[in-house]
Design a protein around this ligand. Structure first.
Ligand code: HEC
Length: 102
């Protein structure tokens, strides 16, 4: 029973974080991290400096959940694992610069 209550609390807590995924993000730090850890690989796919991958017409990233999922998938393919803070900052930057989810 205790375990169930704990699980419910954790789920609730996750829900709260989830509701404001970009709150408190350091946009400039996120931009820097993305330049260091994301651009080179995207440049191979999208050309240029890689940033056009975020504005491609075929983008399937229609919600903030999908943006988070894509970043996590990309991060697991990349070399450096992002810290929680880096993830938040990179998501904040991507959202403010390109995706504009609420
Ligand atoms: C190992 C290579 C690689 C690395 C490193 C990488 N990505 Fe990606 N990323 C890709 C590829 C390939 C795609 C296109 C996937 C597809 O077409 O479905 C992509 C697509 C994306 C998209 C979707 C763009 C759109 O709107 O269509 C986002 C967002 C994204 N990456 C974020 C990131 C972030 C943030 C990082 C750094 C933390 C990162 N990626 C690092 C390979 C990479």
């Amino acid at each position: 029973m205790k375990t169930l209550a704990l699980a419910a609390t954790l789920l609730l807590a996750a829900g709260v974080v989830h509701a404001a995924p970009y709150a408190g993000a350091d946009i400039q730090a996120g931009k820097k991290t993305a330049e260091q850890k994301c651009n080179a690989c995207h440049a191979k796919t999208a050309g240029g400096d890689g940033s056009s991958i975020y504005t491609r017409k075929t983008s399937q990233i229609k919600t903030s959940d999908l943006l988070t999922q894509q970043m996590e998938m990309c991060d697991s393919m990349g070399h450096g694992k992002l810290s929680d803070t880096e993830r938040k900052n990179v998501l904040g930057w991507l959202n403010s610069q390109y995706y504009h989810f609420k």
